[in-house]
Design a protein around this ligand. Structure first.
Ligand SMILES: Cc1cc2nc3c(=O)[nH]c(=O)nc-3n(C[C@H](O)[C@H](O)[C@H](O)COP(=O)(O)O)c2cc1C
Length: 160
């Protein structure tokens, strides 16, 4: 497969995930290019068998640049895509010390469903998604332990 990945990493964690995924996919014999959305033209994406979009999260949503990028993506219906998001990990509430529930966390993790909405509207077909977590209480990372394992799981979803 030829794969083109576009990410909007701000602090480098998503970029690290993208590079590791490239390493894993290339070891499986695929060809993959990684790009930051900055400077890329969403209306002129190079031909590929699969496109991967990766975004950091801002107030539960994909970062603005990625929201604008995928809205403009021009690809034929039935094109395959995968998505990943980077998220802050859950942390205890500073006042109460209580951990947020899964439901409470999901409110701040709508990055993937929101990207799906836009891409599916264009008739694109999803093959995989994955969330990656950075250490709690940090906005900049590093990624939480086990992230390389999650990259492998994502790669296996893309191509078993
Ligand atoms: C202003 C701001 C708001 C954020 N809001 C969220 C959020 O709602 N949910 C979440 O999971 N992470 C949130 N984060 C953490 C980001 O997800 C994290 O910085 C990002 O995933 C790191 O990826 P990057 O290194 O590729 O930029 C926020 C970060 C910033 C700076």
């Amino acid at each position: 497969m030829k794969i083109e990945l576009y990410h909007a990493s701000k602090f480098g964690n998503g970029a690290k995930v993208a590079e590791e995924l490239r390493r894993v996919m290339e070891a499986k014999g695929h060809q993959m290019n990684v790009h930051h959305i900055k400077g890329a033209d969403p209306k002129k994406l190079p031909p590929a068998d699969l496109y991967i979009f990766g975004s950091p999260t801002r107030m539960g949503k994909p970062i603005g640049g990625m929201r604008r990028f995928i809205k403009k993506v021009a690809l034929p219906p039935k094109t395959k895509y995968a998505v990943f998001a980077t998220h802050g990990d859950a942390a205890p509430d500073k006042k109460t010390g209580k951990m947020p529930t899964e439901q409470e966390m999901e409110r701040w993790r709508k990055t993937i469903p929101l990207m799906d909405e836009v891409l599916k509207e264009k008739g694109l077909v999803k093959v995989a998604d994955k969330k990656f977590y950075i250490l709690a209480d940090t906005m900049k990372g590093p990624l939480k332990d086990g992230w390389q394992e999650r990259v492998k799981e994502f790669a296996a979803q893309i191509e078993p």
